[in-house]
Design a binder for this molecule. Structure first.
Ligand code: RFL
Ligand code: PHB
Length: 391
């Protein structure tokens, strides 16, 4: 097979890139090692920044999101048994976030690509990328028991943190930065009505907890856990007891409980590979960077990356201009490092660190008190949370 841009990975980055390129008249093929059903059912992110929402709408991809997503104008920070609302919209000149599950975004993107005659090869495991220094790089992949090749002008590595594209850049050429947190998130989906109108981020001596939502009938909640814990250790009753303890307020608030229909444990790390380009290979999304989910930035960063990358590729195909392609890593990294800092800051402020140093905890509470009383600090949180403007 031959195409202009060979895209490894049908996550938000790969699918949106394919869509954006199509609008510029650039052909692409997307490969993913999973089935369509699998991709469309994987539970991950939930929060879309204002800029992500505006972009999906401008691209004609926002119809179901507008109908089924929930616009939230604020969040609650809960600590020392009290809730404090951060009015995102008031603090940012009217911006908001939308809660709409990542797999719903994926469904919309897959439908749009296939509807426009785009090629997504599911169950296609990319094995290697070749000739990145030449003008016709090539991807080898396994599909239906056969070994196939995709020849292209450019390879977009949108294959997530565990993909094959980043490791294809020689180690000696890769500039990477990593930080692993000594805790994970235990995430559940429950069949219950919403516990609150807005997301609740909770600091508690037993550890962080987050109340989010998916729909009027399905809720998404998380609590900080040992990253090596096992979901089998957590029957429903133990899960709800933990949420009740961490989310308790002085006025007796409790979450709405229901059967737990899904549980998983997520590791928490910060990671940046600054080498987002190697010859004709370009990395985007989780393939290049990871943030802990506390800032709700991962999917939104993937969207920002591919906006830049599609614009750079369009300039190349339209006028043969290489400047935007050359500038892609530097331009993308400005937003990436801002989001890395914000995600690290939110994580550091809200989680318990092993050792439970009381001095650290006092600092966290002082920071939370400041965020919820100083307009300047609240604006800092709000403008980052709803998302800085796309470049
Ligand atoms: P993805 O989504 O990981 O997609 C990569 C795709 O590449 C495929 N792949 C391969 N295909 C072919 N051959 C190979 N060798 C391949 N290797 C991998 C994989 O099958 C997959 O389909 O990366 P992408 O597109 O960069 O998107 C990134 C986002 O998925 C991620 O950043 C977010 O989910 C992070 N995240 C959140 N982001 C937000 O913006 N807002 C949130 O509220 C939010 N909450 C979260 C999150 C991530 C979480 N988890 C599970 C890590 C909450 C959680 C719990
Ligand atoms: C989610 O709903 O999955 C979610 C919400 C906020 C976050 C992370 C995840 O910070």
């Amino acid at each position: 097979m031959r195409t202009q841009v060979g895209i490894v990975g049908a996550g938000p980055a790969g699918l949106l890139l394919s869509h954006l390129l199509h609008r510029e008249g650039i052909e692409s093929v997307v490969l993913d090692n999973r089935s369509r059903a699998d991709i469309e059912a994987t539970i991950r992110a939930g929060v879309l920044e204002q800029g992500t929402v505006d972009l999906l709408q401008a691209l004609g991809l926002g119809e179901r999101m507008q109908r089924e997503g929930a616009v939230h104008h604020g969040i609650e920070l809960r600590f020392a048994g009290l809730g404090h609302r951060v009015d995102l919209s008031e603090l940012t000149g009217g911006k908001a976030i939308t809660v709409y599950a990542q797999h719903e975004v994926i469904k919309d993107l897959v439908a749009a690509r296939l509807g426009a005659g785009g090629t997504i090869v599911f169950d296609a495991e990319a094995a290697s990328v070749h000739d990145l220094d030449g003008v016709t790089p090539m991807i080898t992949y396994a599909h239906g028991g056969a070994r196939e090749r995709l020849t292209c002008d450019f390879v977009a590595g949108c294959d997530g943190f565990h993909g094959i594209c980043r490791p294809a850049i020689p180690q000696s050429a890769r500039k990477e930065f990593a930080h692993v947190y000594p805790f994970g998130w235990f995430g559940i989906l429950t069949r219950a009505p919403p516990s609150a109108h807005e997301l609740i981020y909770t600091h508690h001596s037993r550890g962080f907890a987050l109340v989010s939502t998916r729909s009027p009938d399905i809720q998404r909640l998380y609590f900080q856990c040992d990253p090596h814990d096992d979901v089998a250790n957590w029957p429903d009753e133990r899960i709800w007891a933990e949420f009740r303890a961490r989310l308790a307020t002085h006025d007796g608030w409790t979450p709405r409980e229901g059967p737990v229909i899904q549980k998983n444990i997520v590791a928490m790390r910060s990671f940046v590979c600054e080498t987002m380009r190697h010859g004709r290979l370009f990395l985007a999304g989780d393939a290049a960077h990871i943030v802990p989910p506390t800032g709700a930035k991962g999917l939104n960063l993937a969207v920002a990356d591919v906006c830049l990358l599609s614009r750079a590729l369009a300039a190349f195909y339209r006028d043969g201009r290489q400047e935007l392609l050359n500038a892609y890593p530097e331009t993308a990294l400005r937003r990436i490092w801002r989001a890395e800092h914000f995600s690290w800051w939110m994580t550091s402020m809200l989680h318990q660190f092993p050792g439970n140093d009381p001095f650290q905890e006092r600092l966290q509470l002082a920071e939370l008190a400041y965020v919820t009383t100083s307009r300047a600090k609240a604006v800092t949180l709000a403008e980052n949370y709803v998302g800085l403007p796309l470049e």
